[in-house]
Design a protein around this ligand. Structure first.
Ligand code: SAM
Length: 253
């Protein structure tokens, strides 16, 4: 079972048509509400207070970018390998007159200059497409200026183990925490191969790339819930998401 980036890109190009179909709803959402979770807002507050330039790898529909600007970012640059996702995020930013800019590019290997970001913001379904976490973390560190921050809000690595049973949480016998990947058999990623990494591997990749982990929090709340599903695994007893904040080592102090 191998993650095929070309295949994923095709799948995301098709899936991103949703952003075009639902353009008006997403525009209204972006205008009227923040897509950032309350805890994200709290953690981000000190990072956004100075008005940073934020780079958002795997920016998707870009609603988080508009929320980041509303919360203090001076400018957000989104990078995504789907031209359709980029085009709809760009159109929304123009319609709302916000300083969010987008480039088509593949991670790792974002087509942006070294040290161009005060903050790299990413997650919410991003890491599962990164089979080589060291390469990902190295590219994130390259984008950050010394002293800059990585902010990651992501699905918990244990999530593939939980069933979506509504009566009580159960562990899937066909999955393993230490596997390298699995075939997604639920909406909307049906059939896609997703990469797996343990929480320890995520933290280690970040540290190995020259960043100091300052915050690592785990949450019961998933960052996303499939419509119409009320899985018992999401009701508070199991980890479903995490936040990680890490600072790029500043050799100057
Ligand atoms: C689940 S979405 C999450 C996007 C964003 N965080 C959000 O909340 O909208 C994942 C995004 O990653 C993009 N993506 C997946 N693999 C990528 C890669 N190797 N390089 C760049 N973008 C990628 C997809 O096109 C998609 O827009």
């Amino acid at each position: 079972m191998e993650l095929d980036v070309k295949q994923n890109r095709k799948a995301w190009e098709a899936a991103s048509q949703k952003h075009v179909r639902e353009y008006d709803e997403l525009l209204a959402q972006a205008r009227d509400e923040t897509s950032l979770f309350p805890r994200e807002q709290e953690l981000l507050r000190p990072l956004l207070r100075p008005g940073p330039v934020v780079v958002h790898p795997q920016s998707g529909h870009g609603l988080d970018d508009i929320a980041l600007v509303a919360a203090g970012a001076t400018r957000v640059v989104g990078v995504d390998f789907s031209p359709t996702a980029v085009a709809s995020a760009r159109r929304r930013a123009v319609d709302l007159g916000v300083p969010c800019h987008y480039v088509v590019g593949q991670m790792p290997g974002a087509p942006l200059a070294n040290a161009c970001a005060d903050v790299v913001y990413t997650g919410k379904g991003a890491l599962i497409w990164m089979p080589d976490l060291d390469a990902w973390a190295t590219d994130v560190a390259r984008l950050l200026r010394p002293g800059g921050w990585l902010f990651l809000y992501e699905s918990h690595p244990a999530v593939p183990l939980w069933t979506w049973d509504e009566d009580e949480p159960r562990i899937r016998g066909d999955r393993g925490y230490f596997e390298r990947g699995f075939v997604n058999d639920t909406f909307p990623g049906h059939g896609a191969v997703e990469a797996q990494a343990t929480l320890g591997e995520v933290v280690t990749a970040v540290v190995r790339a020259g960043m100091e982990v300052r915050v690592l929090e785990e949450y019961a709340e998933p960052f996303w819930r499939a419509g119409g599903v009320d899985a018992a695994a999401w009701r508070g007893s199991l980890p479903n998401s995490f936040a990680l904040m890490a600072r790029k080592v500043d050799v100057g102090g």
